[in-house]
Ligand binder design. Structure first.
Ligand code: PRT
Ligand code: ZN
Length: 294
């Protein structure tokens, strides 16, 4: 029987859509029957398991799944809390579901810095990471574990401060809270465990990773095309961010300009386009790149 990789992803929630989109960009078509907990992908032999995000690290650690896509915040909490989970490995940082685990306290109160937490009570869903952070800071504080609605704990007099995930910051503002320290900057991770995969599975993982690396690299990468005055060619190519060896082509019927095409491996900001235009570049096009290899 040929090898099949088992990959755990979040069933529904903030990670689910981006996880499936990434797999799709890697050439895996996933037809999900409503209610089904598993699906066989087409494109590469991969079985998907749809679970709660909190269960992903445990399933990978126990070897039930070879791989998982989960938030770093959850993976780290499991790794700190469960001694058996010290075999978890980060295979790739995936760049989506970015958020930060932050400390925050009522804006109108007197907790403004980490030192002000001494002897206070902090509500969180991430007690292991908070405890480790407090220890590293040499602070003593009480921890109240709440599974949800952490942000209302100070208003209910359950805690003096909170340690919770923040993305836009709107929830903190809506609850009259202000953040003053960061415990973790988090993003989605592709995780595995430290047991060596059998050779066929290892080959399969290598193929998947090559595709994933291509997808991740192509996110910031753009293809830029423009017409440049010959006289300003050096200046213009020097402005292209992360471009190696642009292609320069003659333009039919125009001896004073040339066409410049380049792959830019860094973000092209509006400032760059304005600077290019100021040096005489015309017909500037910035195109997304769908896939990259080599
Ligand atoms: O059902 P299941 O257990 O699978 O899902 P869940 O409800 O536990 O998790 P879910 O889907 O809400 O989040 C999954 C993962 O997304 C988290 O573990 C993080 O890695 C990541 N993520 C990214 C976030 C946020 N951004 C986020 N903003 N997870 C939660 N939040 C919450 C936060 O707890 C707070 O209540 O959103 C609120 C703050 O958001 P802002 O934008 O107002 O700052
Ligand atoms: Zn969860």
């Amino acid at each position: 029987m040929s090898a099949i990789l088992r990959l755990a992803v979040q069933s529904k929630g903030r990670l689910a859509q981006d996880s499936l989109a990434l797999l799709q960009q890697c050439g895996l078509q996933v037809l999900r029957t409503p209610g089904a907990l598993t699906a066989r992908a087409r494109g590469l032999p991969v079985d998907l398991l749809f679970v709660r995000d909190d269960d992903i690290a445990g399933l990978v650690s126990a070897g039930v799944c070879d791989l998982g896509i989960a938030g770093e915040n959850v993976v780290r909490e499991v790794a700190l809390e469960d001694p058996k989970a010290d075999n978890l490995q980060t295979i790739r940082r995936l760049g989506f579901s970015r958020c930060a685990l932050k400390l925050a306290a009522p804006k109108a109160g007197d907790i403004k810095t980490p030192a002000d937490l001494e002897g206070k009570t902090i509500a969180t869903s991430y007690p292991a990471q908070l405890r480790a952070w407090l220890n590293a800071q040499g602070l003593g504080a009480n921890i109240v574990v709440l599974k949800g609605a952490v942000e209302i704990a100070p208003a209910l007099d359950l805690a003096d401060a909170i340690c919770d995930l923040v993305s836009s910051g709107a929830t903190l503002i809506a609850n009259g809270l202000s953040d003053f320290a960061t415990v973790l900057q988090s993003e989605a991770l592709l995780i595995g465990n430290d047991t060596a995969l059998e050779p066929q599975k290892a080959d399969l993982l290598a193929r998947l990773l090559r595709r994933m690396d291509g997808v991740i690299a192509s996110r910031a990468t753009k293809y830029i095309m423009l017409n440049a005055p010959r006289a300003a060619l050096d200046e213009i190519t020097a402005l292209l961010p992360g471009a190696d060896a642009p292609t320069i082509m003659d333009l039919a019927g125009d001896k004073t300009h040339v066409a410049v095409h380049a792959v830019c491996r860094e973000t092209i900001f509006w400032d760059t386009l304005e600077a290019l235009e100021a040096r005489g570049a015309k017909a500037i096009l910035v195109l997304p790149i769908e896939k990259m290899m080599g």
